[in-house]
Design a protein around this ligand. Sequence first.
Ligand code: 5GP
Ligand code: MN
Length: 330
Amino acid sequence: MNLMNNVESDEIAKLKDVADEIKKSGKIAIFAHQNPDGDAYASSVGLGMALRKNGYEVSFYLGSSKQDFSPIIGMHEAFEENTSPIPEGTTALCVDCASRDYAANNEMFDKCERIIVVDHHATNTFYGDVNYVDSSAAACAEISYFLIKAMGYEITEDIAYALYLGLVTDTGSFQYSNTTIRTHYVAGVLSTIRRDFHKLHDELKYISMDTFLALSEAMNNTDFLFGGKLGIMSLTKEDENYWNSHVDTDGFVDHVRDIYGIRLAVFTKEIEENVHKVSMRAMDEVMNVSDFAARQGGGGHPKAAGFTFNGDIEGLHMMLAEYYEEEWTE
Ligand code: 5GP
Ligand code: MN
């Protein structure tokens, strides 16, 4: 394992300053990106558990999401809407979120004494007073592992389970190109702390009946353009199952991504009348979808990005087709 000898000490050294900054705070409010996904929760809950266990007063302001991972990783309060005022002298710790405006409950930042940002998005705008951004990390949970170690705290069984969730969701179970030796290293160490990650994989596979029905609607609403290279799956206010409270659309875009021949997979959902949340996945390195998403006011990673579009669904499809035609076709 020569390859891995210095990984732990190198990462801990890089994180020393941010670890010290976090440790200076007595009260910590944890924030993440809007509509938090597995990695946002994993990093929040993993760091929150470690800080609490070591005497910090920790609160969560993660905003609402259709995904409730609390039966899997615990810490139920992290998944609930928090309207409590921010106590004086609180530090905001914002994880997995590239920009201030994409953070859930970001209006609360103004009530915090300072903001510490820990993220892995290359599009991060360094909106904190202290910023640690490593875009080579597959997941923010990968950074969180080393950050907990840099603070000198133990990775308990519960923390290991939470962090593993973030690794799995952001790497598509270690299948995406963002997965590195370092990701496997962290997963390997976590596997020495917990022996039951197979259960987590099983639990992540389950979907509700409502989600299944909404997925079938979305599949019916999928357009293929440019000979099947661009696939756009959409849900709009017309789709009755989509509005069911147990529908979780995270992962719908992967069904388009999985189609043979697809280069650019898109999923769009109408979150309010004529307001669509767009998820993009690139299958090759030719184009960086986060550049396009950033031009629309969003962001993300080179192969997975998103933004919010204001307008009707036809206009959105036209814009995506133009983008493909102008930037993806030779
Ligand atoms: P998803 O498509 O799964 O919602 O998001 C893919 C990636 O793009 C994630 O890393 C997510 O943080 C980022 N992303 C999605 N929507 C937005 C957005 O509106 N603004 C920013 N800054 N990032 C986004
Ligand atoms: Mn992430």
